[in-house]
Design a protein around this ligand. Structure first.
Ligand code: ANZ
Ligand code: ZN
Length: 863
């Protein structure tokens, strides 16, 4: 093979991708005696095109997977498609295409794009959640969960679009209106399917402790989401002694700071009172319409309605608190009722200010102890109790315990735990999802579809021309015979939340028999996933649901593991500058371009490739509209600051793109895409290619010990960096080694270093590495393809430096440094230090009083 002077990336990419496919290079092996490595990147949604975020994510996983193969592991590195979901159904409504066709076309084009990256994936394991062989097994698992009491049906509120006559997901409600119809969204009660994740709340919380290789922030987010709160539940009596209602508080210590009681608009008492009060009924209606979501409670405008009734303070029956109905108390948390303590709770303070309720201080951290609390910021820090009778002087924790003890003793309350975590509503009134395998029979009730009748397959001929659930209005699909009595019955027409699909796909990748969801023996071999890599946007729901499914299947005795992902890595985003052009109008309503507000109205986003450099500055291509460079933000279509991976692959090839993705930023941080960055990567690819031409010893030199040391340190260092996902550090070490090799004189060591460098870059730049490997004489190759080669062994003897640089201090001040042989003894080190010209000069002939030597570290001279 004659060697080209330049590396032809495009031809090499295609050649090696074909060769790997022909050789089935990345088929999962299961030799039995090697350790296993299951490397998984979160599978993509087939939206149509891959974006740079995917490239970064999959490049990282690929480097690790290839490295694991090189270091003697059986590797499972699969890819699939999270293929159900609303975008396909929206496309069907908007463009008249079938969701299935749309999705499968997208999968085909994205698969081709991913293949161009040269990923070491076992494509024989590819799966798409929208295919019956996948979702049929999911239906089977759903029935298993049902049989074990982990599936329930209950009434719950949904967002109802009265114009489109359809249920909306939260993200389809924009400012209280349906995203398509613009109609005000109503809350409507519907019977829905739930998975009982709350049965596992404790375990899911406890289990976080064992996930040491997960980012702390993800564990914290999960912890907050599960939200275990300990506190006091107690009953308020209505003034006069009639039974009132229960409240839950995490701050029983602040009870003497109460100034009102509040109930949720959905509280039964509120509903009862509303029967006689049209004003209250209207207020409740208004609250429901605004539908405050839990996340917005802190910031949403506080709204209240004074019911006119009051309750007795539990520690002082003569003290009466007014009862308000307020929008920031949720019915489905705690008891749906609270006492308000404005001085020490921000929401209560905002509320008290708005409705002029008193604000009593009961916690003090310093000298300010007055009962009257001023200011706009509630005090939520530590301190001691004041203005609180028998609690005065106690710490917060002591006071909490004291109030709980008194409540339990007197019988008006008890210490409890409440959870923020709710059961997981999995019903979606949509077509493009897994049909929930149940049948409604008038005689038998809700009947599970017998497993022998699975999969319940989606009908192909659905009608998407009108809003609502196409399954529900399909003329024939839902009509079936009851499996129990044979009478006329109807199928459930709800489909499963797509988060269910992604809650167990990692099991199916390991084992995909046609007659069951997975084979437990194979799962035992491959699971848990050793390294899971994906975006931080999945820190809560996806990961929590996958953890829940794993624990649920464990409880059912189907798998042994309790946690699906041993190690989790969340990569940063790919960002890019934004470009805004300003329309310069010479006439018309926008002629006055000195007025910046006019300019704003005429600004538009420009894609990077449409930014034109002219002598006078930057302009939008084909116009005279000047461009200003905006903030660096996540690549997004709306801001047009995207770079198309295909265009980059066409221009630079896969290896330069992969290399740049791994280079500049630590992988957990954002990576700013830049032209200069990809250009630099491209130049480095060419530099390596030239170096890889020097694998024969042309000079007379034999060993070069200095270079050998650097080489072996790089072998060990790059390995450690890849192992810990420090890709940018590995890149830096490879750069440094390349520099050293370029500087070194020809020698046997240098030739060997060039050959070894090919192996070191192989996980990151596999096409370049194969091409260089193929150009080696066969005698120098251990395997025909580098895809099957082993990672080079680092010689431990060469890993230690034989020289150290140590500090010389005088009277504790750094005066000089010197490089000496490692392990030099005290006397020799002292002598060397005292002979340094700078030290001789500083001592000016005087004998030092004392010399302290720490071998290999420092010399301290006391003059
Ligand atoms: C009195 C109090 C005084 C409170 C104080 C806080 C600070 P977490 O930590 O999230 O569990 N609360 C209770 N039920 C509620 C509901 N259904 N909707 C909205 N808020 C509710 O929060 C518990 C605290 O949130 C409870 O403690 C209660 O307010 C409020 F200085 O009770 B607290
Ligand atoms: Zn029946």
């Amino acid at each position: 093979m004659t060697r080209e002077t330049r590396f032809g990336a495009l031809a090499a990419d295609a050649r090696w991708q074909k060769a790997w496919e022909a050789a089935n290079s990345f088929a999962t092996t299961d030799s039995g005696d090697k350790p296993k490595a299951y490397i998984l990147e979160m599978f993509p949604y087939p939206s149509g095109r891959i974006h740079m975020g995917h490239v970064r994510n999959y490049a990282m996983g690929d480097v690790l997977a290839r490295f694991k193969r090189m270091t003697g592991h059986d590797v499972l590195h699969p890819m699939g498609w999270d293929a159900f979901g609303m975008p396909a159904e929206n496309a069907a409504m908007e463009k008249g295409v079938h969701p299935g066709g749309w999705t499968r076309d997208n999968i085909a084009s994205m698969r081709a794009q991913l293949k161009r990256l040269g990923l070491a994936i076992d494509w024989s394991r590819e799966l798409a959640t929208c295919e019956p062989d996948y979702y049929g097994q999911e239906q089977s698992l759903f029935l298993d969960l049902f049989a074990h009491g982990l599936v329930t049906r209950k009434e719950s509120y949904v967002n109802w679009d009265p114009v489109d006559m359809t249920v909306l997901a939260n993200e389809q409600v924009i400012d209280g209106r349906g995203w398509r119809s613009g109609a005000l969204v109503e809350k409507k009660k519907l019977s829905q399917w739930f998975l009982k994740i709350t049965d596992f709340a404790d375990e899911l919380l406890e289990g976080l402790g064992s996930l040491e290789s997960w980012p702390d922030k993800v564990r914290l987010m999960q912890e907050n989401w599960i939200g275990k709160s300990q506190g006091l539940e107690f009953s308020f009596k209505l003034a006069g002694g009639a039974p009132g209602f229960d409240v839950f508080t995490t701050r029983p210590d602040t009870l003497y700071g109460a100034s009102f009681a509040a109930i949720s608009p959905d509280h039964p008492l509120a509903e009862r009172l509303a029967k006689d009060s049209p004003e209250l009924a209207a207020f409740i209606e208004e609250c429901r319409r605004r539908g405050t979501a839990a996340e917005q409670l802190d910031t949403a405008e506080k709204m209240g309605f004074d019911t006119g009734i009051s309750v007795e303070h539990p520690l002082d029956p003569d003290w009466h608190l007014p009862v308000w109905v307020v929008n920031y108390v949720l019915m489905d948390y705690g008891t749906g009722a609270i006492f308000g303590c404005p001085a020490h709770d921000q929401r209560d303070l905002d509320f008290a200010h708005k409705y002029e309720l008193p604000v009593y201080r009961v916690i003090a951290d310093g000298d300010e102890v007055a009962q009257h609390f001023t200011g706009d910021e509630a005090y939520t820090g530590p301190g001691r109790l004041v203005n609180s009778h028998f609690l005065d002087g106690m710490t917060i924790d002591e006071a909490k315990a004291a109030v709980i003890a008194r409540a339990e003793h007197a019988g008006w309350g008890k210490g409890t735990t409440v959870w923020r975590l709710r059961d997981w509503g999995v019903s979606r009134q949509r077509y493009w999802g897994t049909p929930i395998p149940f049948i409604h029979c008038a005689a038998c009730g809700m009947v599970p579809v017998p497993k022998s009748q699975l999969p319940v397959v989606l009908p192909e001929d659905a009608d998407f021309s009108v809003p609502g659930n196409p399954l529900d209005r399909h003329p024939t699909w839902k009509h079936v015979a009851c499996p129990t009595c044979g009478g006329e019955a109807v199928r459930e027409t709800d489909t499963l939340d797509t988060f269910v699909d992604s809650s167990w796909y990692f099991l199916r990748f390991a084992s995909a028999p046609s007659d069951k969801p997975f084979d437990p023996d194979v799962i035992r071999r491959w699971l848990p996933v050793d390294q899971y890599i994906g975006g931080i946007e999945h820190a809560i729901l996806h990961l929590l649901y996958a953890r829940f499914w794993t624990r649920a299947l464990n409880k059912l005795g189907m798998i042994d593991i309790k946690e699906p992902f041993s190690s989790l890595f969340t990569q940063g985003m790919v960002t890019h500058e934004t470009y805004q052009a300003w329309k310069v109008a010479s006439d018309g309503p926008f002629a006055d371009d000195s007025d910046p507000t006019m300019k704003t109205e005429q600004a538009y986003w420009v894609a990077p490739e449409d930014v034109e450099q002219r002598p006078e500055g930057l302009f939008a291509r084909g116009t005279n509209d000047p461009i200003t460079i905006g903030r660096v933000t996540k690549m997004s279509k709306s801001k047009k600051n995207v770079v198309d991976p295909d265009a980059i692959l066409d221009q630079y090839g896969a290896d330069a793109a992969r290399w740049f993705m791994l280079s500049d930023s630590p992988p957990e941080r954002d990576l700013p895409w830049s032209e200069a960055g990809i250009e630099g990567a491209w130049r480095f690819v060419q530099r390596l290619w030239r170096l890889f031409g020097d694998t024969e010893n042309t000079g007379e030199g034999g060993e070069d010990l200095g270079l050998a040391r650097k080489l072996h340190q790089a072998i060990a260092g790059v390995a450690a960096d890849i192992e810990s996902l420090g890709f940018n550090k590995a890149v830096a070490k490879i750069h440094a080694l390349a520099n050293e090799i370029e500087k070194a004189k020809p020698s046997a060591t240098r030739a060997e270093a060039c050959r070894t460098l090919i192996l070191l870059v192989a996980p990151m730049m596999p096409h370049l590495a194969e091409e260089a490997w193929a150009a080696l004489p066969a005698s120098q190759r251990t395997t025909p393809m580098i895809a099957d080669a082993a990672w080079p062994a680092a010689d431990p003897a060469l890993l230690v430096d034989d020289e150290v640089t140590i500090a010389i201090q005088m009277a504790g001040k750094l005066r000089d440094t010197m490089t000496i042989a490692k392990g030099l003894d005290k006397d020799a080190t002292e002598a060397a230090a005292l002979a340094r010209p700078r030290i001789v000069e500083l001592l000016a002939g005087a004998e030092p009083k004392k010399v302290i030597v720490v071998p290999d570290r420092l010399v301290n001279i006391v003059p």
